[in-house]
Design a protein around this ligand. Structure first.
Ligand code: FES
Length: 221
């Protein structure tokens, strides 16, 4: 069950250009990998959706990229400050897969440390725009890394159950090659539980509220 709690920041660690924010777990359930939490930075009214990155005992951690005022404020939190967190929300990855392969791009690798741990460390192919961004690959077991202009889809082997997260063009390219892939999509979210329709996106001609139907959707051929 999702819950809302004010959780204390334990650490904020730079990982390349990203911030790995660790908070006390409190009474929150870490949920299924790929589910997300709404994080509210101190003094900022609008929460931001973040997938869970790691769930060590007693903690939750989130990998953040500062791209606007809300994410900048979250990425700047200091140990001892409190963040309001609500979750877990949405649908995560289906874990009953035989030959898992994680495929991610950029900040899309955020849910993979927890996902990889839950799946026993399957192979991963991760793409980044620079070596600096690629430092985030150190968080994911068994990761093979490519840096632009090489694309993850150039290395995609056949015969795997693909679980992917990344920018939309990457997800579209992945599902061309792996039609049964589980894809985690991104959209701006205001409420996180189906009330505001702010996260509606059209996928295959169907309007979906990603916070309820996703973020993880099975690709359709
Ligand atoms: Fe409000 Fe999805 S974020 S309906």
């Amino acid at each position: 069950m999702p819950k809302r709690e004010a959780l204390k920041v334990v650490a904020n660690v730079a990982v390349g250009p990203y911030a790995l924010v660790r908070v006390e777990r409190g009474g929150l359930d870490p949920g299924v990998p790929g589910q997300f939490f709404m994080l509210e930075a101190p003094g900022r009214p609008l929460p931001r959706p973040m997938s869970l990155c790691q769930a060590p005992p007693g903690e939750l951690s989130f990998l953040l990229e500062a791209v606007g005022p809300g994410t900048r404020a979250l990425a700047a939190v200091q140990p001892g400050q409190e963040i309001n967190i609500f979750g877990p929300l949405g649908n995560g990855y289906r874990l009953d897969v035989e030959q898992p392969l994680l495929v991610g791009g950029g900040i899309g690798v955020a849910p993979f440390p927890y996902l990889s741990q839950q799946l026993g460390g399957p192979p991963a192919i991760l793409g980044f725009r620079s070596d600096w961004h690629a430092e985030a690959a150190a968080l994911v077991l068994n990761a093979r890394v490519v840096v632009e202009p090489t694309l993850v889809t150039e290395l995609l082997p056949e015969g795997h159950d693909v679980l992917a997260c990344g920018p939309e063009p990457m997800l579209e390219a992945v599902r061309e090659l792996a039609p049964r892939a589980q894809l985690a999509w991104e959209a701006p979210m205001a409420c996180g539980y189906g009330a505001c329709y702010g996260c509606s996106v059209e996928i295959d001609g169907v309007l979906q509220r990603l916070c309820v139907a996703g973020p993880v959707l099975e690709a359709v051929a």
